[in-house]
Every structure is written in structure tokens, then in C-alpha cells.
Design a protein around this ligand. Sequence first.
Ligand SMILES: [Zn+2]
Length: 542
Amino acid sequence: MSKVYNNNFTDELRQRLSLVDVISRRVPLTKKGQNYWGCCPFHNEKTPSFSVSEDKGFYHCFGCGEHGDIISFTMKSENVDFKTAIKELADMAGLKVPDYKPRDPAQVAREETYVIITDNAAKLYQQKLFEECGAHALEYIKKRGFTDDMIKKYRIGYAPKNNIISGTFTSAKSETLISTGLVRRGDYGLYDFFRDKLMFPIFNAHNQIVAFSGRSLDGSEPKYINTTDTELFHKRQTIFGFNFARDAIHRANRSIVVEGQIDAIQMQCHGFGETVAPLGTALTEDHIAILCKANRNIIFCFDGDAAGQKAAVRACGIVLPFLRDNSDVRFAFVTGGKDPDDILKTSGVDAMKKIIDSATPLIDFLWDTTNKSYITSTPGGRSQAEKFLKNQIEKIVDIDFRREIENEYDSRKFNQWHKWRKNDNKTPQIDLPSIDDITQKTLVYIVNTYPELVERYGEFLSSLNINFDAYSSNDLNLDLKSSEKYIVSLKLNKYIEKLKNDKKELIQMALSGDIGATSQIEKIDNDIKIANEKLESLINME
Ligand SMILES: [Zn+2]
């Protein structure tokens, strides 16, 4: 039945759509263990015996024996034929049904041959890694911390400098060899695409090798070359390590996405089995769709540098349409020019765990990004920031969830962008992003030496977010009175700084025609004057 359609399309539907999502539209499901359970829609029952496995892509009823996949569920539950079901599911996935054409038996045979060739090529590469020609490759991979078991599990190999594939698979038709991307045709006949490369096989979801990623060993760029897209390999739809990670993703109820393949393998082998990596740097929505089919909890782990930040913002934009109210998407950053592989090697598994555990939730990441990218103390900056946020939030498909996010951001905007509006009362609210090291050190000294001052100025001191662990200060000598003076003058200074900022903002508003702002400016000027007088008398006080 499914032979009528191009298998790739039904596969793509299965990949794009969550079986649990589709069945949930008709049958309420509850998660128990790895599977979901509900009352069977195909026979009458009061206690659930209908189980759905997202992982395997199948449902099964233990009451009446009905079972099948996403396509047969749609056919049976809606009483429609295969073609209609496919059309309906394609609409749901936002895909266009390709032309209705029978699957060519010659193509089936071609695909089978393809997989046999790539598998044999992998065997050959594996063998070469342990021969003399591959000594430098083996040395490199061992230096990167790969054990023999890891080399075996990931089927890592070495493609020598000579044309080993075109030279060995002489019985295969040249067109067939070329179709695997391993061999190309040149002016002097066939030649190997991968030469003098450390070879990482790329597996499809069925654990078949469909392509390779080759790392250069002589320092030449690019560092990695991948098989160019073939009939069975689409770079944008393939996520490295997923075949190994799938079970762990279900067990951990999350996936981790890192930037590099070696990172992914090292993470998988050091307790983070749920780790995958895109091939090359760009993440696509197909990658996210594959991960979200397992569950919608993803931790992205990027470099802490500017490029990593940029990649994270991009990933955020791609993942937003997949968000549901039960998703947990976070962003972790590895700083200091390191990658997860370095962290695991130099600082250990616990350090990596810390980085993963302290990842920033998407909603905070998006908010921080907005505030970093635009100057929200000016009306123009706020307007740009609003547009950016709005564009992002609109990507969220789940309407109720989107509304909640909008409300959350509205309250943050009010509290953080328009603070002065609330400050009609006498107690100044001071929000300090950071204080310099010397101030911090002095404050730690004061707090440790004069606990009575903590009681008096506790609220202000705690608003400063002082890091008490990182600083010790023995070389200071301040008496109680000077210490108090220090705190009060700091408080006044920060208050004045804040008033001045508010004034700048009010001037902008007055310039754009806000009449109310003008009277506010007068009030603020007066407040600044009073605060300055207080500060002066404090400084002159003996
Ligand atoms: Zn049943």
C-alpha cells in the first residue's frame, strides 16, 4: 500500500508529525513510563488499554488488537482511504504531497545497493585506520580521547590518500558508485571524494550508513567535508548521532544539541547519551522536527563567543514554532573559547553537568537578547525592541501559550523598561546591573565586619547582587562610621545616577510631544538637587 507513494514522503510525514499529537486530537492520552495510554477509539472500553509509542511510531490496543502507525490511524479513525489520509497529514505538517507515482523497482534496487556500498566502504575505512597508512589518523583520534570501544561503536575510519573506493569496488557500476557521493568522475576516470580524511559515518534512523563526514588531518580547510546530498542523504534533514541518542532522549526526556560531531560523541560517551549535533553549523527546522518528535525539551549548547550567541538567536527563531506549553527549551553557553569536548577533558563531567543544568530558559534568553540588542532606555530603542519581540513571539503556534508569553513580556516591559512610572513614592527603587570590583570588595569587607550595617541597609545591599564567595578582603581598614558613610554615599550616588537616566528618557518623551513628561522633568530635577545636597553634606561630615 505505502509502496504507491515515494517512501521518502511517508517517512518525512512520520518524521515531521508526532504520533502522540495526532492521536491526542481524538483520544485523550496520559503518559505512563515510555508510552502514552488512552481509551481505545476502535472498541468500547472504560479503562485505557490503547498504548501509543512515540519512539517506535506505533499504537497498539491490548483490548482489541488494533495496531498501526500515524497513517493507518488517520485512515481508520476517520474512515478515509490512504490517499486522503496522506493529504490530511501533509496539510497538518505543512507539506505538499508529491506527485502520485508508483515506486520504481529499479530505484528500490538502487537504494539497496547504495547502502551495501556505503557499509562496505565504512568497513574498508575502519580497517585502514589500523594500518600503517592510517597511523596519523589513529594518533589524532586517540589524542582527542577516543577509546577503542568508541572507535568501534561509531565506526570511525580512515580514507587513505589513494583512490581506495574507486579502486576496490570495481564490480559496481560507476553510476552506482557515483550516486553514493563517495566517488566522482574526473578527466582521468573515477576518483575518491574523501582522501586522507578521518572518517565519521553518518547513520540514518535505521542505523544504516548513508553518508560520511571527513575531517582533514593536515590542517587544511575546511575542517570537515560531508558527502554532498544524495538520494538517501539530505544534510538538512540529518542530525548527527540521533540513531545512537534516540533511546537516551526518551529516558532523559530531553535532547542536547551541540555544535560539533566530536562534541556529540564525547558527550554521548560521558553520560549525556541524549546529545546530537547538526552536520555543519546551520540548524534547520527539520532537525528540530526530528528532535521534537521524541519530546519538546531541548538544551542547545553553544560557544560563548559572538558567533555562538548569533547561532543561539537563530536556533531560538527556528524552535519557536515547535514550542508548546509543556516544552522546556534552554540555552547553555560554553565560555573561554572551549567546546564541550574540552570541558569534559579538562574540567570533567561535573563541570559539563553544571553548564547544562544552569542553561537559560528560552523565555529569559529571548528577553536578555532583546535587551542586549536594543537600547531600551530610549523610545526609539524600545520601539525596535518591541518589533523584534513581537516578530519572535508570533512564531509560536499554540495560541494560549503565545498569549501567556505576551503577558509575561508585557509585565517585564512595564517593570524593567518603564520603572520610573511606578516611582511616585518616596523610597527610591534602585536597580543596579553591576558594580565594579573595588566597590564589591569594600562592601564584602563592610558586611563581614559590621553586621549591624547589614540590618540597617540590608535591602539596598541585597539589591547589589554582591558575590560574597569570590572576594576576600583583608587589606582594608574602615571604622564603623566610615563604613556607614560609604554605604550611604554609594546609595545616593546610585540614586542620582538613576534619576539622571530617568531624566534622559523623559526628555526624549517630552521631545516627542508627551506633555506629562515636562512636569515630571521638573520633579526629577528637584529630586536630583536634594540628593546632591544630601551627598555633599555627607561627604563634609566628620
Ligand atoms: Zn481496542
